[in-house]
Design a protein around this ligand. Structure first.
Ligand code: S3P
Length: 178
């Protein structure tokens, strides 16, 4: 079945936003980042939401934003790293939603996060590497429920999005050879 939307899942720093934007532009679909939607809705950053409203409130806002995005067609969605890490979330999606796990190690995720403006409250702890490793270990089996998985380390954003398009049978539709 040709997907109506693509949901990218995976750990912080796995490249969901950058790959998602590239995929959307190649498909001529809309790109949406669930974290951005939440920040726009509440008017403060994710880090501020965590510190002032608390993580449970953030999770509720994130779930609402993600579910609203999942009602759209022709959209590539970068989910927040925690959304798909709840048991059953990926299994309950409609059949025309293609899910792809972008894989990254805890070490590389931290390296990338350091170079990005958005701060990740869950990684702002004294031993961020141990925290990231533990979180990733717990989440990996849930991310693995995605239809497809793609390694990101050592690959460019374009390489990763090409691989996603190939896996979903959409590559030809972006090259004008169909
Ligand atoms: C989180 C990931 C972040 C953001 C929040 C919590 C998580 O999104 O939603 O900091 O629990 O993994 P990214 O995966 O886009 O960094």
């Amino acid at each position: 079945m040709r997907p109506s939307r693509i949901l990218l899942v995976g750990f912080m720093g796995s490249g969901k936003s950058r790959v998602g934007a590239d995929l959307a532009s190649r498909l001529d679909w809309r790109f949406a980042d669930a974290d951005d939607v939440v920040e726009r809705e509440v008017g403060i950053t994710i880090a501020e939401i965590f510190s002032t409203l608390g993580e449970p409130r953030f999770r509720a806002l994130e779930d609402g934003a993600t579910r609203t995005l999942l009602m759209e067609d022709r959209v590539v969605i970068a989910s927040g790293g925690g959304w798909s890490a709840v048991p059953g979330r990926l299994r309950d999606l409609s059949a025309d939603t293609a899910t792809v796990w972008l894989r990254v190690s805890a070490e590389e995720a931290l390296r990338r996060a350091e170079n990005q403006p958005r701060s990740r409250p869950l990684l702002r702890v004294s031993d961020a590497l141990s925290a990231a490793r533990e979180l990733l270990q717990v989440r990996a089996p849930l991310y693995a429920e995605a239809h497809h998985e793609v390694d990101t380390e050592g690959f460019s954003v374009e390489d990763v999005s090409t691989r996603v398009l190939e896996l979903l049978g959409l590559y030809e539709s972006t090259t004008g050879t169909e």
